[in-house]
Design a protein around this ligand. Structure first.
Ligand code: SF4
Length: 143
């Protein structure tokens, strides 16, 4: 079973109320068992919402509101959901395809907190949990 960012499947859970529908991801999911998650929605954030970026050890939105708690809770709830699904299906978690650059789902590079589109090395908070558990994470740009 693979873990997939919901917005890549066309769900309108992105901060601006839209999605990041990706045909290659959809094609991949046609041939593989998958479990979709949106950690920010799981954390109680609405769509649309103000965009947020990591600023040091916190995550803040463009209006300056600290949304760290929602991101951390959403990441943990999403991981719990993935484990429950894997158990229910009697499957291993084989890997993940997550949305690049996101403060939740980004892998390897994320936005730097300046809201200028600048990237720095780092992982989103959900991605960090998956990596801690030894799960290989790719972004939609790597399939
Ligand atoms: S990048 Fe992750 S948290 Fe953001 S909308 Fe997509 S699935 Fe949700």
């Amino acid at each position: 079973m693979y873990v997939i960012s919901s917005c890549l499947l066309g769900r309108d859970c992105k901060y601006n109320g839209g999605n990041n529908r990706n045909q290659a991801v959809l094609d991949f999911c046609r041939e593989h068992s998958f479990c979709e998650v949106c950690p920010e929605t799981a954390g109680g954030l609405t769509a649309p919402r103000a965009p947020a970026e990591r600023q040091g050890d916190r995550i803040c939105d463009r209006d300056g509101k600290d949304v760290t708690e929602a991101f951390v809770q959403g990441a943990q709830k999403s991981w719990d959901h993935v484990l429950a699904e894997a158990r229910r299906r009697c499957e291993e978690v084989e890997g993940a395809i997550l949305k690049a650059k996101s403060p939740s789902c980004g892998c390897g590079m994320i936005y730097d907190g300046s809201f200028t589109g600048t990237l720095i090395p780092g992982d989103g908070c959900f991605t960090a949990i998956l990596k801690e558990h030894g799960i290989k994470v790719n972004t939609e740009k790597e399939i």
